[in-house]
Write a protein that binds this ligand. Sequence first.
Ligand SMILES: O=C(CO)COP(=O)(O)O
Length: 241
Amino acid sequence: MRKIVIAGNWKMFKTQVESAEFLSGFLPHLEETPSVREVILFPPFTNLSLLSKSLHGSRVNLGAQNVHWEENGAYTGEISAPMLTEIGVRYVIVGHSERRQLFGETDVSVNLRLKAAQKHGLTPILCVGETKQQRDAGETESIISAQLTEDLVDINQTNLIIAYEPIWAIGTGDTCKTKEANRVIGLIRSQLTNPLVPIQYGGSVNPNNIDEIMAEPEIDGALVGGASLKADSFARIVNYQ
Ligand SMILES: O=C(CO)COP(=O)(O)O
C-alpha cells in the first residue's frame, strides 16, 4: 500500500502569531482524520521552531520549504539539513517550480539538495511539472521525464515523495483535470524503480475539488498552497471523503 500524504506549503505567508492562530483552528479537526493519512505543514523557516514545539505530540509533521546541500559554509541566506533536523523537521520540499523559475535552481542543484536531505534522514518531496507553453507544445511527458532522470540520479527511492505540480495550475484556480493528473502521475510512476513512492498532485487544490482528485487511483495525496492557509479550508482538504 502506498502512503497518503496531504501537505500544506505556506510559501512566504504567515508570521508566528498567524501560525499559532492557524493551529488553534486546525488541530481540533484532525480528530476526524483517518490515521493512515500523513499530514505535513511547510511553514516559512522563521516559524519552524515555534511549530515544532506546538506540534509536539500531535499527528502533524513538520517540513521545510528548501534545504542546501552543504552542512555549513559561506552560503548567505541558505539553511542546511542538520539545522532542520535539530529542530524536529522531518520533510523538505525540493525543486518547487517557484525555486526553479524565480531563483534559478537547476536539476543539478535539485539533485544535490535531494541527496543532502536523504543523507540527514529528511524525506524530500521532489516537485516536477511543465509550463503552459510546454504543455501546449505537447512536451509534458518529455519535460517531466527529463526532470526525473536528472533529479533522481543516485537517489534512494525508499525515502522519497514526488509531487506533480503543473506550473500553469499553481495559484491560478485552473486545476489540471483529474483524469489528466492521474495519467501524468501514472507516467511518473512508470519511470520509478520503487512502485511504492507516494506521488501527490499540486496546483489549485481546494475543498471543492479534493474529493474528486483523491478518488483517482494513481494520486496519493496533495501538495496544497493557497488553500492550506486557512484552518477550515485545509481541514476540509485533509478530511477529504
Ligand atoms: O505550489 C503549490 C504547492 O506547492 C500549489 O499552490 P496553489 O495550491 O496555491 O495552487
